[in-house]
Ligand binder design. Structure first.
Ligand code: HEM
Length: 490
């Protein structure tokens, strides 16, 4: 490049001046002449992605987007080429439609950028074809065959709660719930716990390290070249120095063991390895990716949902007592089964409401406007624009949920309009890219929440203290120690 400039006879100051002029022209074009330049939003977002990234790293992107939609309406420009949409039709026209996913998703390629998996695939046809091999592992009947193993893990959690109850020491539920959901994923995917609950500690700081890793992933997707250069390249894979730690090392070792000894249980790996055998087109890296994605996506999310359930229930007048009365009346003995918990309408409404008010996924879900544009409400967005739907924005919309949209109110699920609001309840996303692990989460939430409300009283060490959380990739609460007390009458 320097040679080219010399050839053109340009001095360094002239080159610098030309570059500055080019950048300025680009900024002015993006701000004032792009086809979406009239869409309101933060000034900086109109010509640089950095505004969005700064919000993601700050950890409040969800609240900031709600605030911006309150101020500007259905369309907010969050980056030069991305519009966040809160119109009620957004769920149907953006998420439920087979639109291509934004390039951000390519960041989750595993083990490096050469490979494609259902989450990193942006073409819906490719995504669906890859998911087809993996889907049987996630059906409810297949997962329930592992319910006994899941119960074993959950019993370890309750042993810890009993210990904290006896000692009177406060417990950090964020940690113990994440230990539990991580160990459940190990059981469900490859019949092996990671050992967090057995040891009662964050082995190798895996969970603590997952937070900066998640923050990295959430922004690296916008700079894929940087990610490929640093981490997601064949050299790193060949050297075996990927930075994902204990969870992924354990998962990969479990896959290796199972290949040597394919005595299948009922776990996900059993389904995937038999799909591998039956489909000549399927490759081993697809099994590795599926395990990686499950391990990466399946622990913090469910732990956040469990925490939201407890946090909002203990702060809402009578909710805990009402749920307890319902479980008592059902006469459920021991650790609640998934089937038992399905017969508890108020408890299920409370779980649902926790997932609505505090959806664990905080990133906007980006899709690309197809040829011919996309009309939502009175606005047509041009082809190529990235349109994103943020779960928090939809689930906190007063236009959709009414004036009490931002309050935790399980009784909303018994109102007359509840059935018509289901389509806006999107904690798992919606459409072809929605969460494949939602049945795992529902099993965990049902079993744990039913048993928890029946057997324990929980209160914050300082009930006036609001919890804090960070919304990078998922929303991770922290810093809200609680006392647990085992109920005496049982
Ligand atoms: C309360 C718990 C959970 C919530 C709220 C949740 C939510 C989500 C959301 C919103 C997406 C993205 C949808 C999109 O991009 O449009 C997603 C994707 C995904 N989730 Fe979950 N999830 C949860 C639990 C789990 C669990 C337990 C697993 C374990 C297998 C899991 C595995 C995945 C995977 C692998 C993807 C990527 C999509 C794909 O590969 O097809 N999730 N989840």
């Amino acid at each position: 490049m320097a040679g080219l400039f010399a050839l053109l006879g340009l001095s360094s100051p002239q080159v610098a001046g030309l570059l500055a002029a080019a950048v300025l022209t680009l900024c002015v074009w993006r701000r004032y002449f792009s086809p979406i330049s009239d869409i309101p939003g933060p000034f900086w977002a109109s010509f640089t992605r950095l505004w969005h990234i700064q919000r993601i790293l700050k950890g409040d992107q969800n609240l900031e987007l709600i605030r911006l939609h309150d101020k500007h309406g259905h369309f907010v420009r969050v980056a030069p080429n991305e519009v966040s949409v809160s119109h009620p039709d957004a769920v149907r026209k953006i998420l439920a439609a087979p639109l291509r996913k934004g390039d951000w998703y390519k960041v989750v390629a595993f083990p490096d950028g050469r490979f494609v998996n259902p989450m990193s695939a942006t073409d819906p046809a490719v995504k669906n074809e890859l998911s087809r091999h993996l889907a049987p592992a996630y059906t409810l009947p297949n997962l329930l065959r592992s319910e006994g193993n899941v119960s074993n893990v959950i019993s370890l959690l309750f042993n810890w709660l009993d210990k904290f109850s006896a000692s009177g020491e406060p417990i950090d539920l964020d940690k113990f719930f994440t230990f539990t959901t991580s160990d459940v994923i190990g059981e469900v995917i490859f019949s092996k716990q990671f050992g967090f609950l057995n040891e009662g500690r964050d082995i190798d700081n895996t969970i603590a390290n997952a937070h900066p890793q998640a923050a990295y992933v959430s922004v690296a997707g916008f700079f894929r070249w940087f990610h490929v250069l640093c981490l997601s390249n064949p050299l790193i894979t060949w050297l075996g120095v990927t930075p994902w730690g204990h969870l992924i090392n354990t998962a990969m070792a479990a896959i290796k063991d199972r290949q040597a000894n394919p005595d299948a249980g009922f776990d996900a790996l059993a389904h995937w390895l038999s799909a591998l055998e039956a489909n000549p087109k399927m490759q081993l890296h697809e099994v590795h990716s599926a395990a990686f994605n499950a391990v990466a996506a399946g622990n913090e999310t469910v732990a956040a949902a469990l925490q939201a359930f407890v946090y909002y229930m203990i702060r809402h007048p009578n909710a805990w007592e009402r749920a307890r009365a319902e479980v008592d009346a059902a006469g459920i003995q021991g650790l609640a089964s998934f089937a038992d918990a399905q017969k508890l309408p108020f408890l299920q409404a409370c779980i649902k409401e926790a997932l609505r008010i505090f959806g664990p996924a905080s990133m906007g879900l980006p899709r690309v406007v197809p040829k011919g544009g996309l009309t939502i409400g009175d606005r047509t967005l041009p082809a190529g624009t990235i349109v994103s739907v943020n779960i928090w924005v939809i689930q906190h919309s007063k236009e959709i949920w009414g004036p009490d949209a931002r309050e935790f109110n399980p009784d909303r699920w018994f109102r007359e309009d509840a059935a018509s609001l289901e389509k806006y309840f999107i904690p798992w996303g919606m459409g072809y890219a929605s969460c494949p692990g939602q049945n795992i989460a529902k099993i965990e939430l049902s079993k744990i929440c039913a048993t928890l409300v029946r057997d324990y009283d929980i209160r914050q060490v300082d009930p006036k203290h609001e919890w804090t959380w960070k919304a990078n990739f998922t929303v991770t609460p922290e810093n809200w120690p609680c006392y647990v007390k085992k109920r005496e009458t049982i």
